[in-house]
Design a protein around this ligand. Structure first.
Ligand SMILES: Cc1ncc(COP(=O)(O)O)c(C=O)c1O
Length: 400
């Protein structure tokens, strides 16, 4: 018998070597209790959370929680069926209405996760003879959507407008073209030049899909994302998003003004061949989305937090993923995996949780400590976070 798991031997060895030093497994942390969007108990210790995607802090919003409880009481714990059979409840329609209102768009389709939204929409739009031109640093769910549809994939250099233009010119005349971009790239927290890219894509006759997973709720005047902030939202054909970040629950979606959009409900396999979200989840999502429309003050505070943390980390001598703060994600670049893991653990001992990210998830083989801020972090918590970075950075000799 060939052991099909032996292809992971190198990874197993690397992991065993790291853990043999006695360090805490960075990929197996348990949140023993969660007190608020910014504080949890980990290993018995009160810990500030700086590695969630709870950008707008909606997980403990009283209205959101009340809506979930009411739906649980009135509709039960799950739908036990697909959206196209017995799995569409009033709450699913209300959630899609909330999305249409939030984005001011004609159509909205809710999926079980953001991963499935990318998988479903991309694979259904672009098939065997079509071309998907995508940023090389695209999220795994985008790549998996391309693979499921069996489309021709043409990657271009990260955030490089000229490279996108060149690749588009090479696509055979008359072929279907879908340009796939993200608003915020989650590893480094950098923003895409959507204004230029959407213009280039449209000039080449391509349709455009933008994944706004990390910008919804926060970026843009109404929190609709980077396409809104850069004034091109009306030229984007499909926006993909998730409920697992600013919305504060789980689920995914696509919104669009395309007049034929509704047919996708019958032909999109990751929408049809899976059960719909539980009523409590769509109720929390709908309530959260509508509340995010009134989130201007929270957005302003989150920007303050992002600017403060970025400036503070830079002043301490850390190398950051972006020159200026561009989103709620601030990536701290580590010299290597070993020092990155040591720094991650030192921060945890200080009482701070951040995300350790390593290749292949990261660009250019980087090891990153990814900090993601929340609108519920107080200015005082950001000061504490900076002190913890200073202490851990010195203890691990990453800063002097
Ligand atoms: C850019 C991007 N798209 C999609 C997803 C998937 O979202 P979900 O957690 O809802 O599956 C993520 C999540 O990490 C993401 O970063």
């Amino acid at each position: 018998m060939t052991d099909l798991l032996s292809k992971f031997d190198a990874l197993i060895a690397q992991r065993e070597e790291l853990l043999s030093t006695g360090m805490t497994d960075p990929f197996n942390l348990v949140m023993e209790r969660v007190e608020s969007p910014t504080v949890a108990i980990c290993n018995g210790k009160r810990t500030i959370l700086l590695g969630t995607y709870n950008y707008m802090g909606m997980t403990f919003d009283p209205d959101v929680i009340a809506a979930g409880k009411q739906a649980l009481d009135e509709y039960g714990s799950g739908t036990t069926g697909s959206r196209v059979l017995n799995g569409t409840y009033a709450g699913h329609k209300a959630c899609e209405e909330a999305l249409k209102t939030f984005y001011a768009m004609d159509h909205a389709m809710v999926f079980a996760t953001g991963y499935q939204a990318n998988l479903g929409i991309i694979s259904t739009l672009a098939g065997k003879d079509d071309y998907i031109i995508l940023d090389i640093d695209s999220h795994a769910s985008i790549y998996d959507g391309c693979a499921l549809g069996n489309a021709n994939i043409v990657p271009f250099r990260h955030n490089d407008v000229e490279a996108l233009e060149k690749r588009l010119k090479r696509v055979p005349e008359g072929a279907g073209k879908l340009v796939v971009l993200e608003g915020v790239y989650s590893m480094l927290g950098d923003v895409a030049p959507l204004k230029e890219m959407v213009a280039v894509a449209k000039a080449a006759g391509a349709m455009v899909l933008v994944d706004e997973a990390h910008s919804m709720g926060f970026i843009g005047e109404n929190g609709r994302g980077v396409a809104e902030a850069q004034g091109v939202i009306d030229d984007v054909d499909f926006i993909i998003g998730t409920f697992s970040k600013s919305v504060g629950t789980v689920g995914g979606f696509c919104v669009s003004n395309h007049p034929k959009f509704e047919i996708l409900r019958l032909v999109c396999r990751p929408y049809v061949f899976t059960a719909s979200l539980p009523p409590s989840v769509v109720a929390t999502a709908a309530t959260s989305i509508l509340k995010l429309m009134q989130g201007a003050d929270k957005r302003a505070h989150l920007w303050d937090n992002s600017r403060k943390l970025h400036a503070g980390l830079k002043a301490l001598g850390f190398q950051l993923g972006t020159e200026t703060p561009q989103s709620a994600i601030i990536a701290v670049i580590m010299p290597n995996l070993e020092q990155g893991a040591a720094m991650w653990e030192a921060l945890l001992h200080e009482g701070l949780y951040v995300n350790l990210a390593r290749p292949p998830a990261t660009p250019a083989n980087m090891t990153l400590l990814r900090c993601s801020l929340c609108a519920e972090h107080s200015a005082d918590q950001v000061d504490q976070i900076l002190k913890m970075f200073e202490a851990a950075g010195r203890a691990t000799h990453i800063i002097s």
